[in-house]
Design a protein around this ligand. Structure first.
Ligand code: T3D
Length: 258
């Protein structure tokens, strides 16, 4: 890996965007590496949580604009179809939680990758900007889908059309992200959240993610059927037995993922 770092600690994979000199803006080779890591995480059942952050001052400034003006650069449509689209699709469909630890500014596709994650936390000095409208583009990387669902249509359009940089606190207030964390302990606290997730029953988290995502397409009755299906599956797991036994025996549960 040349443009990101990728390490495994326990059941957690930490993926760090690593082009700090350009605020972790992404070019083709970097997008390929991100996809490779996400594929590895999908295939490896022992990985329970994916933690994504950025090196240096930024989380990710989105598309590397130098690549756009490079006459030998990729076609714009390939940038989406072979890069950002599969990245956000994989994040949304990965059978494990993906936590974005937004350590600094997240712009354009960088913002929308962070918002495609299941849990997005931000350092108190981080910020978000859609950025697209300022360079003549529309929000991509799922932004036109994610934004209205997270914050409602007026706010989604406000964020997308004005492309103002908003603070982490404002992002939390709007419901764009889960939580703002103190800057000086951000990496430790956000990592601890990943550890908490990694100790929970993996199947329960997987089914919760699937059911929540399915809700966008369903009416109430259809969604009750989804809950029925996945609750039945969860109820057949060893981890459910373990969770109940541990509670009754007043001890810490040990979940195996079975
Ligand atoms: O159709 C398609 O397929 C295209 C796909 C598009 C997907 C997208 O993501 S489009 C949106 C692309 N991103 C942007 O337009 C954001 C551009 N960057 C900014 O607006 C600002 O840099 C930030 C708001 C992110 C941060 O501002 P600030 O003032 O804190 O930092 P800065 O000084 O502007 O940037 C720091 C360095 O990073 C600077 O380099 P230097 O001058 O120190 O050598 C800057 O040029 C570089 N940088 C920041 N963003 C990008 C970048 N270099 C290349 N591409 C970038 N996106």
């Amino acid at each position: 890996m040349n443009f990101l770092s990728f390490e495994r600690q326990g059941h957690i994979v930490r993926l760090t965007f690593n082009r700090p000199e350009v605020f972790n803006a992404m070019h083709t080779a970097m997008r390929r590496e991100v996809l490779e890591v996400l594929d590895t995480c999908a295939e490896d059942e022992s990985v329970r949580v994916v933690y994504i952050t950025g090196a240096g001052k930024a989380f990710c400034a989105g598309q590397d604009l130098q690549e756009i003006v490079d006459p030998n650069g990729p076609e714009l449509s390939d940038i989406l179809s072979k890069g950002y689209n599969p990245i956000v699709e994989k994040i949304r469909t990965l059978k494990k939680p993906v936590l974005a630890a937004v350590n600094g500014v997240a712009a354009g596709a960088g913002a929308n990758i962070a918002l495609a994650c299941d849990i997005t936390v931000a350092a108190e000095n981080a910020s978000f900007t859609q950025a697209f409208s300022k360079i003549g583009l529309i929000p991509d990387s799922g932004g036109t889908w994610t934004l209205p669902r997270l914050v409602g249509m007026q706010r989604a359009l406000g964020l997308a059309l004005f492309s103002e940089k908003i603070t982490a606190q404002e992002a939390e207030r709007l419901g764009l992200i889960w939580k703002v964390l103190p800057a000086d302990t951000f990496m430790e606290e956000s990592w601890r959240m990943a550890e908490v997730l990694s100790a929970l029953p993996p199947k329960a988290l997987e089914y919760t993610k699937i059911a929540m995502n399915a809700s966008w397409q369903n009416d109430f009755s259809a969604q009750l059927k989804v809950e029925d299906t996945y609750q039945t599956l969860a109820g057949q797991s060893d981890d459910y037995q373990e969770g109940v036994r541990a509670f009754l025996e007043k001890r810490k549960p040990v979940f195996t993922g079975r």
